[in-house]
Design a protein around this ligand. Structure first.
Ligand code: GDP
Length: 140
């Protein structure tokens, strides 16, 4: 297995519910290494850029207004099989379908309030991480 980097977001619903510490604890206990973390509030246009792949879908407006509705944490992660490892810990997009022990099963309230984001490929991870971090900010 390869060591991979990926981007996690702890979304505004998690910050609003004050569970970002619980999510970070699950990340640390999973063995994924946090390379960098920052608290950010996205503008509407930054949110639209981040989720450009979903432009045109019926939930795009809800998605971009939600992700820009309050502060979130961007977290750069690294680990063995990092992209899939983080997505496995996140759980299914719809919390109702998420497996036991996952973040979305534990904390997610609905498909559009599902607590965390994770890149879906190494290629997209590179693009998404560069939105929030420069290489100089990564600390092993
Ligand atoms: P993820 O990679 O598991 O976050 O899922 P996607 O990349 O497919 O979708 C991005 C985000 O859009 C998800 O985390 C959901 O919050 C939201 N989303 C996805 N599908 C739907 C949907 O059918 N309805 C609504 N309201 N939101 C959705």
């Amino acid at each position: 297995m390869a060591t991979e980097r990926t981007l996690a977001l702890i979304k505004p619903d998690a910050v609003e519910s004050k569970i970002e510490g619980d999510v970070l604890a699950m990340i640390c206990q999973s063995g994924l290494n946090i390379l960098a973390i920052k608290k950010v509030k996205l503008s509407a246009s930054e949110a639209a850029l981040f989720y450009a792949v979903h432009d045109g879908k019926p939930f795009f407006a809800d998605l971009t207004s939600f992700i820009s509705s309050g502060p979130l944490y961007a977290v750069a992660l690294e680990g063995e099989n990092g992209v899939v490892s983080w997505r496995t810990l996140m759980g299914a997009t719809n919390p109702a379908e998420a497996a036991e022990g996952t973040i979305r099963k534990r904390f997610g309230k609905a498909i559009n309030r599902n607590v965390v984001h994770g890149s879906d490929s190494v290629e997209n991870a590179k693009i998404e991480m560069a939105i929030f971090f420069s290489e100089l900010e990564y600390v092993k």
